[in-house]
Design a binder for this molecule. Structure first.
Ligand code: FAD
Length: 305
């Protein structure tokens, strides 16, 4: 079993940034994760990464991953299924059957999309229900779609789909969309986008694929809305199932509590990015990358001691 100084779990901006810093500190590190780049691969355009006015999420992900690998870091495309602690070290069991040992761990598993929890959602996932406009928007050229939600991600998805679909409904339970004014302006500018406020989806219906949504508030005198697809963008929850057995302190919503250096309540374990309570829970690439860098710095000090 190979022993690493540091095992980084998650290959999003937090994990990859931590890896770049760790490698430059001479820390023998390994990055284990799903698609390199994490959630950035689901972003159609990034316009707030300093020094790069516009870059597609996919290109950003490729560059970030190549940057981390340029230092010779081992990058394993797999999930960590379990973590066991043994003699002040940790053993990681991976989904590809590999086993690794590490002196320190950085948890950077980000978040997972929240589900609507309505009838039809599970049944039609992949058949008209999607959680990623960037990945699936292409299939709705000239069609009618709905985006459920009212945050930056929902607004971004609606604007993106507005360039592809014939009509985009944004279904939001509140009275005012809560997004950056950049997105609010873009929503307003596109005549194909229509926002239904104070409205919830009660059920997703169809035969073999999504055909209509049952609403709790009538639109055009009807409580059903005909759509070809529905994109769920109602927020996310931290990806913490893997570490439940380690009894790391969390806040009331399950986010991992970290101190200013990224340390969790458990010795030898740090956390960074969207999974933490850090950066005022401002879930962005820049904050995730910064938390990864700070954690690598702290881990360097720990390993030296
Ligand atoms: C649609 C959309 C648009 C966005 N647009 C922007 C934007 O324009 N600008 C911006 O700054 N931010 C944007 N964001 C937010 C940004 O993408 C996130 O804040 C950022 O990716 C968080 O990075 P992270 O490394 O913490 O987690 P993530 O990017 O979520 O990465 C988590 C990683 O953990 C891995 N993982 C999960 N479980 C395991 C496991 N058990 N074992 C191993 N690996 C695991 C995943 O495979 C993934 O690699 C957007 C987000 C979305 C959804």
């Amino acid at each position: 079993m190979t022993l690493f100084d540091l095992a980084i779990i998650g290959s999003g901006p937090a994990g990859l940034s931590a890896s770049v810093y760790a490698s430059r500190y001479g820390i023998k590190n390994v990055v284990i994760g799903g698609i390199a780049g994490g959630l950035t691969t689901q972003t159609h355009e990034i316009g707030n990464w300093l020094g790069t006015e516009k870059i597609t999420g996919f290109e950003f992900a490729m560059k970030a991953s190549a940057h981390a690998e340029s230092y010779g870091t081992k990058n394993i495309v797999a999930l960590v299924d379990a973590i066991e602690s043994k003699d002040e070290k940790y053993i990681l069991l991976l989904s590809n059957g590999e086993k690794l040992e590490a002196k320190a761990i950085l948890l950077a598993m980000g978040t997972k999309h929240r589900r609507l929890g309505v009838v039809g959602e599970k049944e039609f996932t992949g058949k008209g229900v999607s959680y990623c406009a960037t990945c699936d928007g292409f299939f709705y050229r000239g069609k009618t779609v709905a985006v459920v939600g009212g945050n930056d991600s929902a607004a971004g998805a609606a604007v993106y789909l507005g360039d592809i679909a014939e009509k985009v409904f944004v279904i939001y339970r509140g009275e005012k969309i809560r997004c950056e004014s950049f997105w609010a302006t873009a929503l307003e500018k596109n005549p194909k986008i229509e926002i239904l406020y104070n409205t919830n989806v009660k059920e997703i219906k169809g035969e073999g694929k999504v055909q209509e949504l049952l609403l709790d508030s009538p639109f055009n005198n009807s409580d059903t809305l005909k759509v070809d697809g529905v994109f769920v963008e109602i927020g996310s929850d931290p990806n913490v199932e893997l570490v439940k057995n380690l009894e790391i302190e969390t806040d009331e919503n399950g986010y991992l509590k970290i101190d200013p250096s990224g340390k969790t309540s458990r010795k030898g374990i740090w956390a960074a990015g969207d999974i933490t309570t850090g950066s005022d829970k401002f879930k962005q690439i820049v904050t995730a990358a910064a938390e990864g860098a700070v954690a690598a710095h702290s881990i360097h000090g720990y390993l030296k001691r």
